[in-house]
Design a protein around this ligand. Structure first.
Ligand SMILES: Nc1ncnc2c1ncn2[C@@H]1O[C@H](COP(=O)(O)OP(=O)(O)OP(=O)(O)O)[C@@H](O)[C@H]1O
Ligand SMILES: [Mg+2]
Length: 251
């Protein structure tokens, strides 16, 4: 299933105001991997995801999905394989009801209305918000919007799932539902998060970004237990790997 492979080759990207947010990044992500992209605020995580999705294009270097380079021409085909949950749910929700937002992608792919309904209800069930289907997205709470945004991507049944801070604003039960959902998703997933406990629970590999560059890339446990590395990158060891705050005993 090589078409699920994602390759970032010497990618460099600068915003129109001249700010260089991604500086010569290279890595490959293979089918079935669950990769956490972590780093301090402003490190370049969202910019990187937008380069993977073809929202931005590199100034130099290439992003490839399988053997196909992401360009304006190949984008429509590539977008059918990749689904991205944006950091800000307001970037994802624009219809007058949650149902129509979640139905938007499947309808665009010319599915029948019965198939669309099936996809929508399945996605809403997975994120636990079938009761919100008739509500206006812009009137939802932050966590409800996040769940709806995730559903808009799940209804597309993508081969590669990309999520930018998916657990932010979720209550503990919704966060746990998301973790279970991510763990049940068999294809490739790429997740940025400051919720390093969620990264620990869902990813087998972690890439650390610092100042627009890859600072480390390795197995989740090795990276997330490296207090010195995390500290130099503006991060902390997740709670699950910290010693007991009461007695100091290691876990
Ligand atoms: N539209 C823009 N124009 C200019 N600079 C931008 C723009 N968007 C982001 N940047 C800058 O690019 C850098 C990377 O931003 P990015 O949003 O990718 O960071 P991030 O790692 O996702 O941070 P966070 O953890 O806060 O979400 C930051 O220095 C940011 O100020
Ligand atoms: Mg971000």
């Amino acid at each position: 299933m090589s078409h699920h492979k994602l390759e970032v080759k010497n990618v460099q990207f600068r915003y129109p105001d001249g700010h260089e947010a991604v500086k010569d990044m290279s890595f490959s992500i293979y089918h079935g991997e669950a990769v956490g992209i972590i780093g301090a605020n402003g490190a370049g995580k969202s910019t990187l995801l937008m380069l993977l999705m073809g929202v931005h294009f590199p100034e130099s270097g290439q992003v490839l999905v399988g053997d196909v380079q992401i360009t304006k021409k190949t984008l429509p085909m590539i977008r059918q394989r990749l689904g991205m949950v944006f950091q800000d749910p307001d970037d994802q929700l624009f219809m007058t009801s949650v149902y129509d937002d979640v139905a938007f992608g499947p309808r665009n792919n010319q599915l029948t209305e019965a198939e669309v309904e099936n996809r929508v209800m399945k996605a809403l069930d997975l994120v636990g918000i079938p009761h919100l289907r008739e509500r206006a997205p812009f009137k939802l709470s932050g966590g409800e919007k996040r769940a709806a945004a995730i559903a808009t991507v799940l209804s597309m049944e993508p081969d590669i799932l990309i999520m930018d801070e998916p657990s932010s604003a979720l209550d503990p039960k919704s966060r746990r539902r998301l973790i279970n959902l991510l763990n049940s998703f068999e294809h490739t997933k790429i997740i940025t998060s400051h919720d390093l406990d969620m990264v620990l629970d869902t990813c087998n590999r972690v890439i650390v970004i610092k100042d627009g560059k890859v600072a480390a890339d390795g197995k989740t446990f090795d990276i997330l237990s490296d207090a010195e590395l995390l500290d130099t990158c503006g991060l902390e060891v997740p709670l699950a790997l910290q010693n007991c705050p009461a007695c100091g005993a290691s876990k």
